[in-house]
Design a protein around this ligand. Structure first.
Ligand code: HEC
Ligand code: HEC
Ligand code: HEC
Ligand code: HEC
Ligand code: HEC
Length: 223
């Protein structure tokens, strides 16, 4: 077949696929609401689906053409079809902050390779998985990936950080520090005053915030 012929055949093929996909998505739109992937993230019950599930860029025709070119080896990267993956950009629309002690973009540096692989620290949805009805998820040892050799010159707390780390007390960290440092509060100086791991667990699961409700950068309404 000539290249022209191949392209034509590919267009016909994709045309059929698109028609079928269109039909399938119309059907599925309703099913999705019925099954809706499980309960929303804490605070998200009233959000509409399209705040996060946006259309892929480009018209259907452009996507089709790009896909055909990819399949024929005329393009290096495939394109997403229909709904794009939910990324940091969607979250940013409502949760952007000028200051974040752990900004996702920072963790693209090579030295965070292991933390990326194990925790997905570069993506909001790694820790905020949305349709499982919780506020956040994080393994108890998460802080160890990056703060293993932490030593403060004049440590302000009664059991110094390096001692907590020596005994692998990673469960204590969120007892004094909120991960994004977005709550207006004073960090405790005594380990006795740290919120217990069970209080933190309840908060992560969607319970009341031990860090208080006042935020440095409040949530925005969205588009
Ligand atoms: C705040 C953002 C957000 C909102 C609002 C939201 N979703 Fe999602 N949705 C996600 C994320 C993130 C994933 C990927 C979850 C994962 O990989 O664990 C996802 C995954 C899905 C999936 C699985 C297919 C896929 O693309 O991965 C379906 C189906 C889905 N959502 C339906 C809905 C419906 C229906 C609504 C509205 C009732 C909705 N979502 C609202 C963020 C959102
Ligand atoms: C259209 C706006 C909007 C988008 C988009 C959005 N959120 Fe939210 N989010 C809210 C609102 C409103 C609340 C409830 C008010 C609050 O808690 O600040 C909330 C609450 C939350 C909470 C709980 C906050 C708390 O203090 O209890 C987390 C965590 C969260 N969102 C993460 C995300 C992530 C991750 C994404 C991207 C997948 C996302 N949000 C996308 C508006 C949005
Ligand atoms: C490595 C895990 C991780 C990643 C990645 C992550 N978060 Fe969080 N997030 C947490 C933890 C843990 C908490 C609970 C502690 C706290 O409140 O800071 C939290 C709390 C929140 C809250 C509620 C408290 C607040 O700061 O208002 C919001 C909103 C939120 N995250 C949004 C986001 C958004 C948006 C992104 C991406 C830009 C993101 N998170 C990335 C772990 C993560
Ligand atoms: C992917 C790596 C990574 C992970 C995981 C991580 N941190 Fe950090 N954290 C950093 C970096 C980088 C800084 C900035 C410090 C610097 O510039 O040296 C930081 C700073 C901090 C600060 C100082 C913030 C400020 O604004 O002064 C605190 C407190 C902190 N982290 C606590 C934690 C806690 C608690 C956890 C676990 C829940 C955690 N971190 C997980 C990389 C990480
Ligand atoms: C009893 C409360 C408490 C506990 C528990 C605690 N911290 Fe801290 N941490 C502090 C205080 C107080 C500071 C001083 C800076 C401040 O006020 O935020 C601090 C500072 C830090 C800093 C900034 C260091 C710098 O160079 O400025 C990091 C990073 C940090 N802590 C990580 C951790 C990690 C990781 C854990 C768990 C092993 C942990 N903290 C446990 C109270 C605590």
């Amino acid at each position: 077949m000539t290249r022209e012929g191949k392209l034509k055949a590919a267009y016909y093929f994709f045309g059929t696929v698109v028609a079928l996909l269109g039909f399938a998505t119309t059907m599925m739109a309703d099913w999705q609401h019925i099954y809706a992937k499980g309960p929303a993230n804490t605070g998200h019950a009233k959000l509409t689906c399209v705040e996060c599930h946006v259309e892929s860029p480009g018209t259907v025709r452009q996507q089709l053409q790009a896909k055909a070119h990819f399949w024929l080896g005329m393009r290096n990267t495939d394109v997403e079809f229909g709904h794009a993956k939910v990324g940091n950009q969607q979250c940013d629309a409502c949760h952007s902050r000028d200051q974040d002690s752990h900004p996702v973009h920072r963790f693209l540096e090579p030295r965070f390779k292991e933390a990326r692989a194990e925790l997905g620290v570069q993506l909001c949805v790694s820790c905020h998985r949305e349709h499982i009805g919780v506020r956040a998820t994080l393994p108890e040892t998460a802080c160890s990936f990056c703060h293993n050799d932490l030593k403060l010159k004049a440590d302000p707390i009664d059991v110094p950080h390096h001692v907590l780390i020596e005994v692998n007390n990673w469960a204590s960290c969120l007892g004094c520090h909120d991960y994004h440092n977005n709550h207006r509060r004073t960090v405790q100086k005594s380990v006795k005053q740290a919120y217990s791991p069970s209080v933190i667990k309840a908060y992560m699961d969607g319970g009341p915030s031990p860090y208080g409700t006042e935020k440095k950068y409040p949530t925005k309404e969205g588009k």
